[in-house]
Design a protein around this ligand. Sequence first.
Ligand code: GLN
Length: 378
Amino acid sequence: PFSKLSNVGTTIFSQMTQLANENEAINLSQGFPDFMPDSELLDLVNQFIQKGFNQYAPMGGMIGLKEEIARKIENSHQAIYHPDSEITITAGGTQAIFTTIATFVKKDDEVIIFEPAYDCYEPTVELFGGIVKRFEMKAPDYEIDWNAVKNLVSEKTKMIILNNPNNPSGKILKENDIQELIKLVQDTSILILSDEVYENIVYDGKEHLSICKYPELKERSLLVASFGKLFHVTGWKIGYCAAPKALTDEFRKIHQFNVFSVNTPIQLALAEYMKNDEHYLGLSQFFQEKRDFLRRGLANTSFELLDCEGTYFQALKYDKISDKNDFDFATELTVNHKVASVPFSSFYKNKLNENVIRLCFAKKQETLERAIENLARI
Ligand code: GLN
């Protein structure tokens, strides 16, 4: 009777990681690197701790870091955010998403999401009394039918949540998608929450089309990003939200009572480290080598490799191997073949099963080699 989210259990990421550990399986389920971040960044954190920067940061974040973020966004997307009034440092992407939804979604407001969807959107919307309207993108292309999305829009639509590049499908939005989105929201007051935590991980020379490149979208958008993905430090739980001042003012009203502020020495270290653009400009190339290594390794197996345009996740269709549903298959793969993955159905409210699993390839060469060896034996 006291549960506000009675249908929600433990996240699939915690579940699969636990199953991997219990079975001593190679953990390609939860998305995190198994290699060390740059030691220069680690040294910087240590230096700032030793120098005595161990007390509260300002509520919205350290100005030096916000300036570096504004510079990065301007260089990458030619969009201007005022560092002090339009960028807020958050405790990871998830807190930025939670706070955005908490700030704007009221009872009976409708929120449009695209599935497969990262698992925190829907419960957070529900927690604040909102109603989720969903469009299911499907294997193998995960295309968006914008006419169908248009039918989801009503007077009550408060927000559209985008995730580009998409976790788990690895799909990125194309110019055509963005133009359709612009048409959809024009003359409405719909807000956009754009989860772009994998923005710097896009392959084959393709371009990441950030929401902030388009003035008609930027003015109504909250853009969420993550240093965990950018610098291989998911455990530091630090990210940010960039949004026009009027939206940021509201966001911070909630942020100040949610976390107040975020880890001071890490903010200072990131600010210093970000002065060198080389520290992130090569990220796509770095992960493309891992993606290609994994894809080559699995090319001659019975798994079907779906496209991976961005993120560090590879989707695999396994219907030539088993007719089990994806959850049972992922469990069997972990227990019997010692490779943990995430079943795609967990990214759909209606548990859509298309016999697809997700592998995280943000792993050392040696980890990927061992995983390929096990998967190739199936
Ligand atoms: N974002 C990561 C993933 O998709 C993990 C997030 C989490 O464990 N909550 O796997």
